[in-house]
Design a protein around this ligand. Structure first.
Ligand code: ADP
Length: 164
């Protein structure tokens, strides 16, 4: 059985992430979408909130499991008996960081293979940070995230504003 891990911050999940997950399940028997609990970026949503949104957005797909992780990805992959790590490649700007990460992980664990997938062209410019930024200005984010994510995002933005 071929199992892959798709790690990320997913703060929040976008159609770009969903596109990558759909491609990954067409190749692997199981894909574990795993949320980083200790990211460098300070997230807008808790791990549980991010997982709920991911579950909801991928409920049309089988072969998926959901988790969170903290620590070294290679250790996590070994513990989960996964053979591959999925990463999305958008523009050239992703390349340098992803190249560094993939080679470092290969050094740490030679059996773990990093698989890069490209999303459909319309998602190549999309990232969670941009979606949060434009949502803060009240833009229509329906082309970028599913409805439940959009609702949660606007709700969180108004909660943050209410606290100030
Ligand atoms: P980001 O804040 O850049 O969206 P994540 O940590 O959530 O970052 O991303 C997890 C993985 O998903 C990374 O490999 C990232 O390159 C990929 N990814 C994020 N957005 C997209 C997208 N629009 N298209 C393809 N891959 C993406």
């Amino acid at each position: 059985m071929k199992k892959a891990i798709y790690p990320g911050t997913f703060d929040p999940i976008t159609y770009g992430h969903i596109d990558i997950i759909e491609r990954a399940v067409s190749i692997f028997d199981e894909v574990v979408v795993t949320v980083a609990t200790n990211p460098r970026k300070s997230p807008m949503f808790s791990v549980d909130e991010r997982l709920d949104m991911i579950r909801h957005a991928t409920s049309h797909l089988k072969q998926i499991s959901y988790d969170c992780f903290d620590g070294l990805l290679v250790d996590y992959a070994k513990k989960n008996e996964a053979q591959a790590l999925i990463r999305g490649l958008r523009a050239v700007s992703d390349f340098e960081f992803e190249f560094q990460l993939a080679l470092t992980n290969r050094k740490l664990s030679s059996e773990l293979v990093t698989v890069f997938l490209m999303p459909g062209e319309k998602y190549t410019y999309l990232n969670s940070t941009i979606v949060k930024e434009i949502a803060a200005f009240g833009a229509d984010i329906s082309p970028f995230v599913p409805q439940n994510v959009s609702d949660k995002l606007f709700q969180r933005i108004s909660e943050i504003r209410g606290r100030k």
